[in-house]
Design a protein around this ligand. Structure first.
Ligand SMILES: [Zn+2]
Length: 194
């Protein structure tokens, strides 16, 4: 089950428990870091050799629909295009997104056999933008993975958001949030849900 506590809008994105684990990781303590690497390689082994994504940015004309991974590596030009789609709109700032986020989105779309685009409402967030959101809503984490280019909020056209979130949670590829407004949050951090 997902907890629909986000009544005032916005996106919590990271729960407090994960926030403290993230601090541990940043401190460089090896046990958790080793666990993360193991799970990453296990996930990577299940990913297809050619990976594509269909995504558009809400409120803009910006979109990407194509392959971003082939021949054993990420396509740099495709990643640049995706970074633009997932940029911080309000701060007009682009950052290199973590490509594992695209793997998560791509895997969910594949599992759903979805051909419709992800309509991205939030991707990268500058620390200033995230802090502003956090001041407006206590539900927004001050250590959101959006600030690390590891998270996206979206709707998938023609699909029920709750169903998308439930499937994504079953896939255990990262964090999954479902919001009352029908938005889904996915990230490439440790598997968790809210
Ligand atoms: Zn989010």
């Amino acid at each position: 089950m997902f907890h629909l506590f986000n009544r005032r809008g916005g996106c919590p994105c990271c729960d407090p428990e994960f926030a403290s684990r993230r601090e541990v990781l940043k401190a460089g303590i090896g046990v958790l870091a080793g666990t993360a690497l193991l799970s990453e390689s296990a996930v990577a082994a299940t990913l297809p050799s050619v990976r594509g994504l269909n995504a558009e940015r809400y409120g803009t004309e910006d979109s990407f629909n194509g392959v971003y991974f082939r021949d054993g590596k990420y396509d740099r030009e495709a990643l640049h295009k995706l970074d633009w789609v997932f940029r911080d709109l309000s701060a007009a700032e682009v950052t290199p997104m973590d490509p594992r986020l695209f793997d998560v989105l791509s895997s969910v779309a594949t599992r759903l056999e979805a051909t419709e685009p992800f309509t991205i409402s939030s991707g990268y967030r500058t620390p200033e933008h995230n802090a502003s959101n956090a001041r407006r809503s206590r539900a927004v984490s001050t250590v959101s993975l959006h600030m690390s280019g590891m998270a996206a909020d979206f709707r998938l056209q023609g699909r029920d958001g709750y169903g998308v979130a439930r499937l994504a949670a079953q896939m255990q590829m990262g964090g999954v949030g479902y919001y009352r407004q029908g938005f889904v949050h996915l990230d490439c951090g440790p598997p968790r849900r809210w």
